[in-house]
Design a protein around this ligand. Structure first.
Ligand code: COA
Length: 214
């Protein structure tokens, strides 16, 4: 297989047919890899959004992927990886930028994640994108390694928007013409409806608890 750099990568939603290629990316040094069935479950879950970076010529294997879990106010980066020979070329940044685009399209206020304390490349990438360390989860990973909890500023704050503009400029220099929002982003409407229903239910429950409190 030829893992040459892709001249004009496209961002699109991950589909079940991508799972095999995604697992090949994962096998390149992601210490806890998921099996195919885990990806199938995630893709079927309406609270998850997975993206891949795609080669327009359809012959180059997928260079990178990433996934988000959607919360009521916050998006959680669950996993992301870049095919080993293609690292340090901007694909990780492209994946993270696309995940930000998805989160912001869904009006989620911040993005959070866990990262191994020993994963220096990933931490550098996340810091570059404005993540800051807000805590640790001791022995979070199966090998006993601690996790850093990292989170961004509010996505609609002027500081976040300013640093995103600077990162966008860098990315557009590397990948001119690539749009960050995955193609066919009609998926957002469904999630906003779900969030609205959850919030309404929460308001109803809190009102009923308050009315019963003496
Ligand atoms: C972490 C990972 C996704 C980064 O992807 P990438 O395509 O190499 O990242 P980029 O080329 O976009 O790098 C963006 C920035 O991250 C930092 N960075 C990434 N890899 C780095 C490394 N090996 N050493 C130092 N800094 C690094 C740099 O600041 C870089 O910016 P620069 O190139 O302007 O210096 C990739 O290393 C990977 O797939 N690792 C294995 C899976 C993994 O750890 N996933 C994260 C789980 S929390």
């Amino acid at each position: 297989m030829d893992f040459q750099a892709v001249s004009l990568p496209q961002i699109r939603w991950m589909v079940p047919d991508d799972i095999e290629s995604v697992m090949l990316i994962e096998q390149d040094g992601v210490s806890s890899t998921w099996g195919a069935s885990r990806f199938e479950t995630e893709l079927a879950n309406s609270a998850c959004r997975y993206i891949v970076v795609n080669s327009p010529d359809k012959t180059t294997p997928l260079p990178a992927f990433g996934g988000l879990w959607l919360g009521v106010d916050e998006a959680h980066v669950v996993t992301m990886a870049v095919k080993d020979p293609l690292r340090r070329q901007g694909f990780g940044s492209l994946v993270l930028r696309a995940l930000f685009a998805v989160a912001m399209d869904l009006q989620l206020c911040s993005v959070t994640l866990e990262c191994r304390v020993g994963n220096d490349p990933a931490q550098r990438l996340y810091r570059k994108f404005g993540f800051v360390e807000v805590g640790t989860r001791p022995r979070y990973y199966s090998n006993g390694e601690d996790a850093l909890i990292m989170t961004t500023d509010e996505t609609d704050s002027s500081s976040f928007q300013r640093s995103l503009l600077a990162l966008d400029e860098q990315l557009r220099g590397k990948f001119p013409g690539t749009t960050f929002m995955p193609e066919g982003h009609a998926l957002s409407a469904g999630w906003q409806g779900t969030v609205r229903r959850v919030k309404q239910k929460f308001i109803r429950v809190s009102r009923s608890v308050r009315s019963r409190t003496p």
